[in-house]
Design a protein around this ligand. Structure first.
Ligand code: OGA
Ligand code: MN
Length: 280
């Protein structure tokens, strides 16, 4: 078993993001290591575990050491295990389609009553370069607001909707998806349950401000997102073979970058999510 002594957590971004070397995630973590990993995750928001090669079952076992696995009901293309979601640019014919999903700033499953705590994404096949994943620090973005702007966000709630977020990109949610994910209201500023830090909670699935005209709310959210995704709040993850990322959905936005030729190169990753708690 790997012990804590062998594990190094080193910052890689400017501000947040860290790499973890010396751990084999295919094996169970002892208690002290698991706690150190979780503490590192809370502190750095994104952990990149290097040199992993996990089967879907091993990825599920790794994920479950930190809480409850979230199931994916709709649109799952399966990795041989229904609890692992395949993130891929391949078409039905198995060839690169040119299409990349999740390219808008979002936080996973924010339309759920208990949005994801963490997402775990493991590189399976990556393009020769590019295909980065970008992160924005919503705690730093909140902290950088003026006192007056912070006060104006006090008590504001946002309606998150899978149906409306599909509409915004010219897609249609199916009746089953709509039943499965009714609109959900969450505070715009949430308090991190572990660190106590306040952060902005919004992104692609955030439709409008609860109790305000839709257009007014959308304009306010767009302005806030423009503030929160400035370069100074970002970490860009350049994937290496064997990387497994674990990020904190409670205080980050993320998106896939299209900085590769998606009609030519395959980009395939395996994804698991941990269920979170109701934002407060
Ligand atoms: C996700 C996601 C981004 C990427 O899996 O939730 O947003 O870079 N992925 O593929
Ligand atoms: Mn996502």
């Amino acid at each position: 078993m790997t012990t804590l002594i062998d594990v190094a957590i080193r910052p890689v971004g400017n501000g947040f993001g860290a790499e973890v070397v010396g751990l084999d995630l295919a094996r169970p973590l002892d208690d002290a290591t698991r706690r150190a990993v979780y503490a590192g995750f809370v502190r750095h928001h994104v952990l990149a575990f290097r040199d992993q090669r996990l089967t879907p079952d091993q990825q599920i076992a790794f994920t479950e050491q930190f809480g409850t696995l979230e199931r994916h009901i709709a649109r799952n293309r399966g990795a041989g295990n229904p609890l692992v979601h395949v993130v891929s640019n391949l078409g039905a014919d198995g060839r690169p389609s040119g299409k990349v999903g999740s390219t808008r700033w979002h936080t996973d499953k924010s339309f759920r009553p208990e949005p994801s705590l963490a997402t775990i994404l493991h590189a399976v096949t990556m393009p020769p370069d590019g295909g980065d994943t970008c992160f924005a620090d919503m705690a730093a973005a909140y902290a950088a607001l003026s006192d007056a702007d912070k006060a104006a966000l006090d008590g504001v709630r946002v309606v998150h909707s899978w149906e409306l977020s599909r509409q915004k990109i010219g897609e249609r949610a199916t009746p089953e998806e709509i039943r499965d994910a009714p609109p959900m209201s969450h505070p715009l500023v949430r308090i991190h349950p572990d660190s106590g830090a306040k952060s902005l909670f919004m992104g692609e699935h955030a439709s409008h401000i609860d109790g305000r005209p839709i257009e007014e709310g959308r304009a306010r959210l767009a302005a806030l997102e423009a503030h929160a995704t400035q370069e100074r709040f970002l970490y860009r993850h350049r994937w290496r073979a064997g990387d497994l990322l674990m990020w904190d959905n409670r205080c980050l936005l993320h998106r896939a970058d299209t900085n590769f030729d998606a009609a030519r190169h395959a980009r395939v990753l395996h994804r698991t999510c941990l269920r979170g708690t109701a934002p407060a």
